[in-house]
Every structure is written in structure tokens, then in C-alpha cells.
Design a protein around this ligand. Structure first.
Ligand SMILES: [Zn+2]
Length: 235
């Protein structure tokens, strides 16, 4: 039987490839998950392997002080961003650092991201902006970023990208997809003559209950896995 560790490595590699294929991750970017047997260790895609081609066996294990646990491949230079969030948020089991085109533009324009389509409801608590464009390579900057994120689902990093968190890899992957999709629809609506009509708090609460369900997350995940297989993104 395949171990939980092996299954998670496979999931991380799959999520990274699929997010890259969707243009949400690019030559940089990473996704991590807490190790199943050690909550103070994470599994993350390595620094120098192409996000298009990363394999489960190349996923690296790192402790919450950014030290590789075994002599594996080099972890990403921005690993501190992941570990700081795991240190501050016991509820978070998976973290993604992405460079989504449209959502990132909102950080540059300093226009707030508000939920405007059904699946965007998970960002109803607001999307904080971390207003430094630097790469997050130190624990100090990473702690500042984690503080900006607070209890939110996602935070924008000014002129850089975003961090998105989830209860597991599937949830984190879905949140990344929905984050950029919400930003695209918000951008489209903002081009038109007329005021934006964001969801009310009641609508957000209602939609969240309907949408943030394991079967919805699984359906989206399966859709992208199938799409990835057909496109040759996955083996
Ligand atoms: Zn980055």
C-alpha cells in the first residue's frame, strides 16, 4: 500500500504541475503540505526543478526553521514564507506561493479584491496586501507576511504574487484556482460602466457553506487532473 507520505508527495507534485499549466504558478512558485507524521515538518517542491516537470520523488522535507531534514534537493529560497505561516497558523495544512497575473495586478493598483463569483466566497473575509515587493527569504520578512495574512485564506504580495492556504493540498489548490478566477471576473466587471455589486455578508456566508465542501473540492481537483492528463501536463 502506498504510504501517506508518498501520497502527499504525489499530490504536491501534481498540484504544482497543474497550477503551472494554468499560469497561476510559473518558473517560480511552490506548494507545501505538513508532513503526515510530523506537524513541524513540511513537504515542498524543490528550488531548481521545473514546475512543469516536478516528480513526487523530488519533493523535499524541511523543518519549520527551513532546514532540510534529509540530504535531499535544495528547498526554494522563499521556504521561510511557508514555515512562518505554519508556525503561526495551526489550522493551516497546506500553503501555496503563486504568481497569478490578474490577482497580482490588484496589488499594484491597490484595488481591494472582493468576492464577485460563487467560488470567490472563500475570500469574503478580505484579502490583505503585504506591501513589500521583496522575495521572502528571511524569517523576519516571512513573519511580517504571516502577520499580514492573519486568519485570511489568501494575502496579496505587492507587485509579486500571493500566498494562499488550505486545510489540505486539494483545498489549497482549489483556493489558488478560485482566487485568480475571482480576480479575472472582478477585473472584467470593473471595465464596464456601472458600479460593482459585491456579495453581501449573508450571501458570502451562504455560498461558503454551499461551496467549501469536500465534494466540490474533489470535483474541481478531478476536473483539473483530467484536463492535465489530456493536455500531457500529467503522466
Ligand atoms: Zn515569489
Amino acid at each position: 500500500m502506498i504510504s501517506e507520505d508518498a501520497a502527499l508527495r504525489e499530490q504536491v507534485a501534481t498540484a504544482v504541475r497543474l497550477l503551472t499549466a494554468e499560469g497561476i504558478m510559473d518558473f517560480n512558485g511552490h506548494l507545501s503540505v505538513r508532513a503526515p507524521d510530523a506537524p513541524d515538518q513540511i513537504l515542498i517542491n524543490p528550488r531548481r526543478i521545473s514546475r512543469n516537470a516536478v516528480l513526487a520523488k523530488e519533493i523535499v522535507r524541511v523543518d519549520l526553521r527551513n532546514r532540510p531534514v534529509k540530504d535531499e534537493l535544495e528547498p526554494p529560497s522563499e521556504t521561510p514564507l511557508h514555515t512562518a505561516i505554519y508556525r503561526q497558523r495551526a489550522d493551516v495544512m497546506s500553503v501555496a506561493h503563486i504568481h497569478p497575473m490578474i490577482a497580482t495586478a490588484f496589488s499594484i493598483a491597490q484595488v481591494p479584491i472582493v468576492p464577485v463569483f460563487t467560488l470567490g466566497c472563500i475570500f469574503g473575509d478580505g484579502v490583505p496586501v503585504f506591501n513589500k515587493p521583496d522575495l521572502i527569504r528571511s524569517d523576519q520578512l516571512a513573519d511580517e507576511l504571516a502577520e499580514s495574512l492573519g486568519n485570511a485564506r489568501a494575502a496579496l504580495m505587492y507587485g509579486h504574487g500571493a500566498v494562499v492556504v488550505g486545510e489540505n493540498v486539494e483545498a489549497c489548490f482549489n483556493a489558488c484556482i478560485w482566487f485568480e478566477e475571482n480576480a479575472k471576473k472582478l477585473l472584467a466587471a470593473r471595465q464596464m460602466n456601472g458600479a460593482i455589486k459585491p456579495f453581501t455578508p449573508e450571501e458570502i456566508a451562504r455560498l461558503k457553506k454551499q461551496m467549501w465542501q469536500p465534494e466540490v473540492l474533489r470535483k474541481t481537483w478531478d476536473y483539473y487532473v483530467d484536463k492535465g492528463k489530456r493536455a500531457g501536463v500529467l503522466d
